[in-house]
Design a protein around this ligand. Structure first.
Ligand SMILES: Nc1ncnc2c1ncn2[C@@H]1O[C@H](COP(=O)(O)OS(=O)(=O)O)[C@@H](OP(=O)(O)O)[C@H]1O
Length: 284
């Protein structure tokens, strides 16, 4: 049943983990080294996962399983069956950014394994909200303007009921996680630095996961057309690869006065988040 018994087993098969001849697979049901990229939506989670997958000791699910939010009723055996097979010492990973804002997710993940390592990519909540809105617009072109949705009656107080605003209240969401996990189980990655210095952020992530620093600046180049760091050699093709069009979308223009109001709104929440994490992300 979901919520008990750990994640062990699904990756422990008798063949086909890609470890080459003579590689020993973990015994079935041996506890997995499990790490989850739990958020935040539009923080840069796909970039981080794709970069981490270059590491030979990381085996990550490509798609978002949404087990701890939408699919929990399917049970742990289902979740386990989705996971890639791993060798002893390899880390199994998945990313589902909505976990960070799902009330039940921390309790459920803790129920599966309190040893889970949790990674959160955070980004300036104002830019994150605009990025979220850009994604909504790409799916629903006739959507009301950003200002209409972000402010009640278009002019009034900030509307915290709108998901694009609410997700950025990082301190509030983290409070819920800290009821189940100590801070030492978390790594907070700066979404801004993931763009300006991907190798530096990947260094912290590999340290946190107890991995050798294999992914380094040798793996990245800055693609001026895309405006983002890209991989020199993608897994499989060995060719240069940037993330797809939905990553690094142009943002709709939002009036500066609205941006300033949102910045002021988030400031106390950001400060609280800096205090809680002991890290200043420099968004003020
Ligand atoms: N290297 C690289 N290439 C492309 N994009 C990058 C990269 N690093 C970080 N980012 C930023 O990632 C943002 C999308 O975040 P997520 O992958 O977390 O989005 S999602 O929640 O999974 O939809 C995406 O947001 P937008 O720029 O608003 O599209 C990017 O700013």
């Amino acid at each position: 049943m979901a919520g008990s018994g750990g994640l062990g087993g699904g990756a422990g098969g008798s063949q086909g983990a890609g470890g080459g001849p003579g590689a020993t697979l973990r015994a079935p049901r041996a506890p997995l080294l499990f790490a989850a990229l739990v958020g935040v939506k539009k923080g840069g989670t796909r970039a981080l996962l794709e970069f981490l997958r270059l590491h030979p000791d990381v085996r990550a699910l490509g798609s978002e399983p949404h087990f701890f939010d939408r699919c929990y009723e399917r049970g742990l055996a289902w979740y386990r069956s989705l996971m890639p097979r791993t060798l002893d010492g390899q880390i199994t990973m998945e990313k589902t950014p909505s976990y960070f804002v799902t009330r039940e997710a921390p309790r459920r993940i803790h129920g599966m394994s309190p040893a889970t390592k949790l990674i959160v990519v955070v980004r300036n909540p104002v830019t994150r909200a605009i990025s979220d809105y850009a994604q909504m617009l790409s799916k629903t072109p006739g959507l009301p303007s950003f200002g209409t949705l972000a402010f009640r009656r278009g002019l009034g107080p900030v509307d915290t009921a709108w998901s694009a605003v609410r997700i950025g209240l990082y301190a509030q969401h983290l409070d819920n996680w800290l009821r189940y996990f100590p801070l030492s189980r978390f790594l907070f990655v700066s979404g801004e630095r993931l763009v300006s210095d991907p190798a530096g952020e990947l260094g912290h992530v590999q340290d946190f996961l107890g991995l050798k620093r294999v992914v380094t600046d040798k793996h990245f180049y800055f693609n001026a057309t895309k405006g983002f760091p890209c991989l020199k050699k993608a897994q499989g093709s060995g060719r240069p690869r940037c993330l797809g069009k939905s990553k690094g979308r142009p943002h709709p223009r939002v009036p500066e006065a609205m941006v300033q109001r949102l910045r002021a709104f988030y400031r106390p929440f950001n400060r609280k988040f800096y205090q809680m994490t002991g890290q200043d992300f420099g968004w003020d």
